[in-house]
Design a protein around this ligand. Structure first.
Ligand code: NDP
Length: 324
């Protein structure tokens, strides 16, 4: 059976996202075939497309979706056809159908739209591990969060506030800054207009922040290190502006015996228990209204190219979804 999908045949710009027809994938033992209702667009899809994160071509991009179980592979007992499910971290969601290992799936609670579930799995679990595990925040801490109006950023700000931390956030425009304030940030810096280092120094009385959550990468790396208090933690978790160049460990000494980590979601969902903890917290908070999800736009699957152009062009705030 033929189905519609986005296919990348060679690495490159958004024009390499081809709207095409592929053979419907078959679930192998332990896998589930999902009819995709909404696929999430994430910056990691850009890294896969450009080849920054190595992936063999041809491939179907997309690491996140929500939809309906169509067929289960041998040995799958937890799910059955018709179940409403969502997942992150299995590639191939920019398509009408995707196969996913059953151990990555979670049930979408009744009362929660598949659209919202697709919007919050990857970025929500990321914000969860960053605030609860990588650097467990509490009311004693001040955090600097870059790109705070983004899909991940808005969730990260809200979770940091839920943990009781003071949040200093950065973004690029007044319009985005208003959204970041609405999400609960205590201070917002327009980092393209002012030196965020000086602002952070001023706002912390010269002390520096306890942790920087930096997903911008190359453009903010140096400045971020200068914002930390002695023995603070640099959490470099993305490369939206390009990867951080190689560093000398002595730089960490010079800047105050800093800690540096470069985490990724898969390592923080290492067991089924850990995955369920994060996913159920995130989906539960959305259901309770404690965590707000901003959907920037739902694009038809055929317009994946436009979605990538908008994301990379810094024109978005919140989640981008594709609808097959
Ligand atoms: P966003 O919605 O945050 O979009 C990226 C934002 O980054 C832009 O809107 C823009 O915000 C900011 N930005 C700053 N400089 C640039 C630039 N040169 N080019 C493009 N964007 C820039 O995307 P996501 O929420 O999907 O991802 C955010 C980051 O988090 C990415 O780096 C991603 O790789 C990372 N991530 C890492 C994970 C992990 O486990 N390690 C998991 C999930 C996400 P502004 O206009 O405000 O500057």
């Amino acid at each position: 059976m033929d189905v519609k999908a986005i296919v990348v045949r060679e690495h490159g710009g958004p024009e390499k996202l081809l709207y095409d027809t592929i053979q419907r994938p078959e679930p192998q033992p332990g896998q589930v075939l999902i009819r995709v209702a909404y696929a999430g667009v994430n910056f990691i899809d850009v890294y896969h497309r450009t080849g920054l994160y190595p992936v063999e071509t041809p491939f179907v991009p997309g690491m996140e979706a929500a939809g309906i179980v169509e067929v289960t592979g041998a040995g799958v007992e937890e799910f059955a056809p018709g179940d409403r499910v969502a997942y992150a971290m299995a590639r191939g969601s920019y398509a009408e159908y995707a196969v996913v290992p059953a151990h990555l799936l979670v049930r979408v609670p009744s009362g929660l739209d598949l659209e919202v579930a697709a919007a919050v799995m990857l970025q929500g679990m990321t914000a969860h591990y960053l605030t609860h595990s990588t650097f467990p925040l509490d009311q004693r801490h001040t955090a600097l969060i870059h790109a705070a109006a983004g899909g991940t950023g808005l969730l990260l700000v809200q979770m940091a506030k839920m943990r009781g931390a003071r949040v200093i956030a950065t973004t690029s425009s007044e319009e985005k800054a208003a959204r970041v304030r609405e999400a609960g940030a205590d201070e917002v810096i327009l980092y393209d207009r002012v030196d965020f280092r000086e602002e952070v120094r001023r706002l912390t009385g010269g002390k520096g922040v306890d942790v920087v959550y930096d997903s911008v990468g190359a453009a903010t790396w140096e400045g971020s290190l200068d914002c930390l208090r002695p023995r603070g933690m640099m959490v470099s978790f993305g490369n939206a502006s390009g990867p951080v160049p190689p560093i000398k460990p002595l730089v960490l000494t010079e800047k105050g015996s800093l800690y540096l980590t470069r985490p990724m979601l898969a390592h923080y969902c290492a067991t089924r228990e850990e995955l369920l903890w994060r996913a159920q917290d995130v989906l539960g908070w959305v259901l309770e209204g404690k965590l707000k999800v901003r959907i920037h736009k739902v694009y038809p699957l055929a317009e994946a190219r436009q979605a990538h152009q908008d994301l990379e062009g810094r024109r978005t705030s919140g989640k981008l979804l594709l609808q097959p």
